[in-house]
Ligand binder design. Sequence first.
Ligand SMILES: Nc1ncnc2c1ncn2[C@@H]1O[C@H](COP(=O)(O)OP(=O)(O)OP(=O)(O)O)[C@@H](O)[C@H]1O
Ligand SMILES: Cc1cn([C@H]2C[C@H](O)[C@@H](COP(=O)(O)O)O2)c(=O)[nH]c1=O
Length: 680
Amino acid sequence: MSALGRSRSAHVLANAPFRRLWTAMSVCSLGDWLNILAVTALAGNLTQGDYRVQSLAIGGVFIAKMLPAVLLGPLAGVFADRFDRRLTMFTADLARFAVVLSIPLINSYQWLIIATVLIECVNLFWVPAKDATVPNLVPKEQLESANRLNLLVTYGTAPVAAMLFAALSVAGGVIASMVPGFTSVQSTALALIVNACAYLVSAFLIFTLRGIPRRDGAISTPSVLRQIVEGWRYVGRNRLVRGLIIGMLGAFAAGGAVIGVAKIYVEALGGGDAAYGVVFCAVFTGMALGIFFGLRLLRELSRRRLFGLAITVAGLVLVATALVHNLVIVVMLTVALGACAGIAWIIGYTLIGLEVEDGLRGRTFAFLQSTARVTLLVVLAVANPIAAVFGVHWLRFGAFAYRFDGSNLVLVLGGALATVVGILALLHMDDRKGVPLAADVIAAVRGERFPAETAEQVPGLFVAFEGGEGSGKTTQSRLLAIWLRDQGYDVVQTREPGSTKVGMRLRAILLDAAERGLSARSEALLYAADRAEHVEKVIRPALYRGSLVVTDRYVDSSLAYQGAGRSLDPEDVSKINAWATSGLVPHLTVLIDTPPEVGLTRLGGAADRIESEPLEFHQRVRKEFRTLAAAAPERYLVVDGTLPPEVITRQIQDRVHELLPDPVPRESEDATGTMPAIRD
Ligand SMILES: Nc1ncnc2c1ncn2[C@@H]1O[C@H](COP(=O)(O)OP(=O)(O)OP(=O)(O)O)[C@@H](O)[C@H]1O
Ligand SMILES: Cc1cn([C@H]2C[C@H](O)[C@@H](COP(=O)(O)O)O2)c(=O)[nH]c1=O
């Protein structure tokens, strides 16, 4: 049966060919993780004795693992597609089986490095052949679930492999105690034999898998360097995405430092290969806990804050890990480290997915993956040499001696880097400025959201106009903008709904008098959606540029129209709007208070969907506007909308004048050392 002919509702694993490929992928992933652990452990065991030589030997393995993908990745993708995919994967699996098996047989460091390079080169053929096969076996609508499952086995097999490695190391230890001459090197060989068998199982599964087409169209994988250069053009433009990527790369670099020196670090703590496996497993267990429980526990905390906080805490935990010389505590700290990394990674990925428009998302993810790879390579290349050069030092305090070696130094440096990057991310992306972080976190742990008592601290000034229909908001907001521009201010005059591309469509739906069936909740959500776009795309960027923003309607309109007018729960309306705006509150709201009997008669043309509501509706709206203003008089100016327009204008100018920043910033005065010209 053709892939497209299959039932849409069935689970993707009900598809037998895909299930077989997925099983092969799972077994291979398990083998890959086991391979990382086994070859690094073996490199350490083969060079045991000299700390410096051992550090460099392990560093060499990581470089041998990363380099082929960076240098030959795109080339292999193109070559891989010239051959029959099934045959490519089958041959690659057999080759990997043979090369991995040869490592314990030859048992030399030089061959270990050559074999590692060979295995990675073979992987470069296996992976694109597999990637290109998945869409051939799975219908289009199930491709996303298939990719999710692939991702699950790619990372989900890591803790399994780590546990397996630890178990095999313990078994090796037991054998060593019974069989004279059985060394730690031979014990690591057990893991390599299991690793080789995993590739053999995969070869069998692929060989018996029918239905893989020979090839269809070339796989074009652009070079890593090109992806980075091209990606930066898109990423560099968006402040939030820039912050996210820098944060994620910082976390990655710190993670790379841990991976690089983990083996020598664990050994210095008196742990063998089993302990190395346990620490590895702890990182991934922590990541899973962070992804599944961390986000739930801190659901009320702003995602942007949580992202920066998670990286900062990861950095501090890493520093603590470096300084504490107790294996049990180190394992516990490693779980915490993994949890923070998991939280940061999932938030970063999700926010990028949400922030970057559809057409650029692929390139942004490709950019992230390429830079992450290069970052990892650079960190792995320098981590172990740094550890080796630093060597082992003993700090003596009387009878007490404290060991501080190269691995401790690398972990402290990695931790410091993550802490700095985390703090930068917090400052760069904070969407709740003015709300103390500690109070926000404590409230979030209790499952509450800390109220934003103070307005967000932005360089610009934010003024909103509110009022009923025909009250004079458009007239007065325009006059205010002109007056401000005349004084040399950069002014953004805007309105709701409908000031963004999406907003214009929403406005058309919301105000179309023919749209009769819209429920009150949908209406509230659509206004909130328009506002979220408006704040994100227009208001916040302008305020951060230092502009003066004058908007015709904002959150109060929803509280008045949807809350009071439509009788929705005001708490609910307030919550969705606080979420939509990330708590952005105007510095001043000008309420032009006009009786609806007057305002409605001022309007010309056909009434829109809201204007055509009965008078009582508009009266409830007016009452709510007045109540909101009375509750926070310091943030409101209420003017009588029945006064002549010029009188209203004067009142507004007087009040806004008090809030205006100095048009000549102090820094520029200091820089020029001259006084601005005084004209009368
Ligand atoms: N103070 C005033 N006295 C009399 N007429 C006014 C006054 N202010 C505005 N108008 C007139 O009332 C009409 C509606 O004004 P405007 O468009 O500014 O109101 P609005 O609050 O923006 O209305 P809407 O809510 O429909 O957008 C316009 O014709 C305007 O010239
Ligand atoms: C922002 C916002 C607006 N409305 C209503 C109020 C008006 O009837 C229209 C907007 O039309 P205008 O001529 O641009 O003033 O939409 C609302 O019900 N809820 C809101 O949040």
